[in-house]
Design a protein around this ligand. Structure first.
Ligand code: HEM
Length: 539
């Protein structure tokens, strides 16, 4: 098993102390008792060599699908077992809250869906879910392709200006701008224009994301100490960034309320997005719920979607390119190597020709869709889901057929390691390999009691594989009631952007794959960016 988990093509990892010691201090303070659970103990020194989620993988191989990670009197429970994950996320979802994650995000997202208390969450989830209607998604494909077109045009201009046939670009930065522009337009009809310019609002959004990342990876929550917001420079900057974004969002909310028109409301009620000037989620929420809707709540909702939908999508595109672009490099050296990027481009040429993707053509871009999903399998965003028990709980036995599960006290912090589930040698063939085709293989249930195994046909009609196909061994968007609300949006957005990039350019990593250093905060990043060589495709 250890051999299987070694991948020479894996990116390097960065010795990121903040990341590795995540929330250690908080946990050291709160004590815990977890009976006979296997323990990864005294491993603090191990934590300083690589991102936390990678260490959790090694301990999963050593200790199994449910183990505790003990630091002195405090322990986290780490779950890498699909049956136990299904229990926590779906069957018993309301016995857990988001624990430390909610504490970190509350100052930024207020009562938005991610950190919200249960009562608020129920109300808001019910209000926001209809906004992601299939016809809204269909209308958004045009936004995805228009924004991607701007990114492509910018790259083409850089290429022309360079006078050569190749340019080097940090695609992680490009995708980050692209995802910000898309989320701005589709969530609140605001054009950040960040692919082509910088503005105080853009800087404030990045500053806020940076602070969220800092808070999720720092030892102890010093920012809760009131004077910190005046004394600590980064906290002063955070307050000023929040003010800039809140003013921008408040202005957009006021404008949406003042321009509410009955004709638009009728169109939205009939889900007729064809002639709507503004098809954004904000428009939907204001038009459908009326102008009495609480501004503060609306702002929290928008802020949550801005943060939740930006870095995640940018990260998926970054790692999809990383996985594809190294196959291009190998191809140049060895024509026998699997030419995944060529396969992707052949599909794009056959389906799109020179045209931009549409909702209908997305359905035919099967290989690109599976590439996006396979990238999420290998690099899940975020790699860990966080929960805390609201009462004493008994976890179920795991996939090995154990009858008895473990008892966990109230207040226990839990990591569901999506990374471990997605790379588990127990559930996937060649788990470390990039094989988009794997989702096309048919497989019957492997017969393990209580776990339905891997079978893509279990989710008929779905455009993208989801958590149902592998019965919670695959969790690209979580599962159960708190599953991502923007999953289809993000998958379509990624498919459009990737297809349009590869339609126009051959993309190759600038250096060897091993030179890409991996760091993690809320999502998995390339430490020094994802530098690639882009060459105009000759047809
Ligand atoms: C929740 C992943 C894009 C909005 C989640 C969760 C995951 C996830 C794993 C569940 C977290 C948990 O259970 O603790 C992703 C990935 C994305 C993406 C990988 C991109 C590829 C988006 C987009 C939006 C969005 C585009 C909105 C436009 C949300 C919200 C929640 C959420 C609001 C909280 C749902 C709730 O608690 O009811 N996301 N997400 N996400 N996501 Fe996404």
């Amino acid at each position: 098993i250890r051999c299987q988990s070694t991948n020479t093509k894996e990116p390097k990892t960065n010795n990121n102390i903040l990341d590795n010691a995540s929330n250690l201090f908080t946990n050291l303070l709160s004590g815990g008792s977890l009976g006979s659970m296997p323990t990864a103990e005294g491993a603090v020194s191990d934590l300083f060599g690589k991102p936390l989620f990678l260490s959790l993988y090694d301990w999963f191989i050593e200790h199994g699908g449910v183990y505790k990670l003990a630091f002195g009197p405090k322990a986290f429970v780490v779950i890498s077992d699909p049956i136990v994950a299904r229990h926590v996320l779906r069957e018993n979802a309301f016995s857990y809250d988001k624990g430390v994650l909610a504490e970190i995000l509350e100052p930024i997202m207020g009562k938005g869906l991610i950190p919200a208390d249960l009562d608020t969450w129920k109300l808001r989830r019910r209000a926001i879910t209809p906004a992601f209607h299939a016809l809204y998604l269909e209308a958004m494909v045009k936004v995805f392709s228009d924004c991607s077109e701007k990114m492509i045009s910018k790259s083409e201009k850089l290429l022309r200006d360079s006078g050569g046939d190749t340019i080097e670009l940090d695609l992680e930065a490009e995708f980050s701008s692209l995802a910000l522009d898309i989320i701005g337009l589709s969530v609140f009809n605001y054009d950040f224009g960040s692919v082509t310019k910088e503005s105080p609002v853009i800087k404030a959004v990045y500053g806020t994301l940076f602070e969220a990342e800092h808070r999720s990876t720092f030892y102890f929550p010093y920012w809760n100490f009131p004077p910190a917001r005046w004394i600590v420079p980064r906290q002063r900057k955070f307050q000023s960034d929040l003010k800039i974004i809140n003013e921008c969002l408040d202005g957009l909310i006021q404008n949406a309320k003042e321009t509410r028109q009955e004709t638009d409301v009728e169109k939205l009620q009939q889900r007729d997005y064809s002639n709507l000037k503004d098809a954004s989620l904000l428009r939907f929420l204001v038009d459908m719920r009326g102008v009495d809707i609480d501004d503060r709540q609306l702002r929290d909702d928008l802020m949550t979607m801005l943060i939740a939908g930006h870095e995640t999508t940018a990260a998926v595109l970054t790692w999809a390119v990383y996985l594809l672009a190294q196959f291009f490099s190998i191809l140049l050296l060895n024509s026998q190597s699997p030419a995944k990027i060529r396969k992707a481009q052949s599909e794009i040429d056959a389906v799109l020709g020179e045209n931009a993707p549409t909702y209908e053509s997305l359905k035919k871009l099967e290989y690109i869709r599976l590439t996006v999903v396979e990238s999420l399998r290998l690099y899940p965003q975020p790699p860990l889901l966080i929960r805390r028990t609201l009462k004493p709980e008994t976890l179920p036995g795991g996939y090995k057929g154990e009858k008895e599960g473990h008892k966990v006290p109230k207040g226990t912090d839990i990591f569901i390691s999506v990374y471990n589930l997605h790379r588990s040698p127990y559930f996937w063939d060649n788990p470390q390999e990039f094989e988009p085709e794997r989702f096309l293989r048919t497989k019957e249930s492997n017969g393990i009691e209580g776990w339905a195994g891997f079978d893509p046909s279990r989710s008929p009609g779905a455009l993208y594989p989801n958590e149902i196909i592998a019965d919670f061994a695959f969790l690209p968007f979580g599962g159960g009631p708190r599953k991502c609300i923007g999953d289809q949006f993000a998958l379509m957005e990624s498919t459009v952007a990737l297809a349009m990039l590869l339609q126009k350019f051959d993309v190759e990593l600038r250096g060897p794959p091993e030179s890409v250093e991996l760091v993690s905060g809320a999502t998995i990043h390339a430490k020094n960016g994802m530098w690639c060589k882009l060459k105009r495709r000759s047809k």
